[in-house]
Design a protein around this ligand. Sequence first.
Ligand code: ZN
Length: 255
Amino acid sequence: MPASSGNTARQCLLLRDFKPAGLCATPSFALHIAEVLAEQGGTPEPLGLRYGIFGAEPWTDGMRRALEAGLGCPAYDLYGLSEVVGPGVSGECEVRDGLHIADDHFLPEIVDPASGEPLGPGLQGELVLTTLTKRAMPVIRYRTGDITTLTTTPCRCGRTSARMGRLVGRADDMLIIKGVNVYPSEVEGALLDVAVPEPRAGSSRGGQAPWRGGRPPAGSAGAQRRRDAGAPAHDPALRGQGRSRGGTNVTEDER
Ligand SMILES: [Zn+2]
């Protein structure tokens, strides 16, 4: 059931009314939904969600824990990109030890982001994909810009496809600090491991939802480049809520 993005109160209403088995969104928007649910005084259990599928931006295991607590269901990672197929290049199984690649459709490789040279199993580098079954717009050794690892060892779930690690970040997001490669997602992971005291109510942030160690900091890889999990920029404050809804919002001038 496509629900678009923004208007978080309506998203919460849809979750309550239709009780879907799963929720698919960007992790940052899903966490915002969970925060609004909590602000409305609800708990996630009555929603009856059985799974959450999240992608389109790098997210950490700390974010996973926050999502699972806020939505009351296991959170799974999903990966894809518009240039190749959209969502569905790879996804986590119940073991959640890497994302199974649909390698009957996509041939994955890992290369050195600087030199383009192929790297061995388990080494971190840039994901390169070749489509095997696309006809209209095949891509050959397409450099995704996404940093991850590959393994072909069998998964405990029994599936034998290649698996990619969770995204570390974008090749063009990497910072070199004192000779060490640092990705924004690593900063997020470190921050989520720190117990953050709740900001006091009535702070000077003018009603803006405080960051409680769950949402990616502004400027993270996800904020800069969103992939195809179905929800683009999500800040409800930036969205015209209720506009263009069959004339229900006609102004005096328009009459
Ligand atoms: Zn598996």
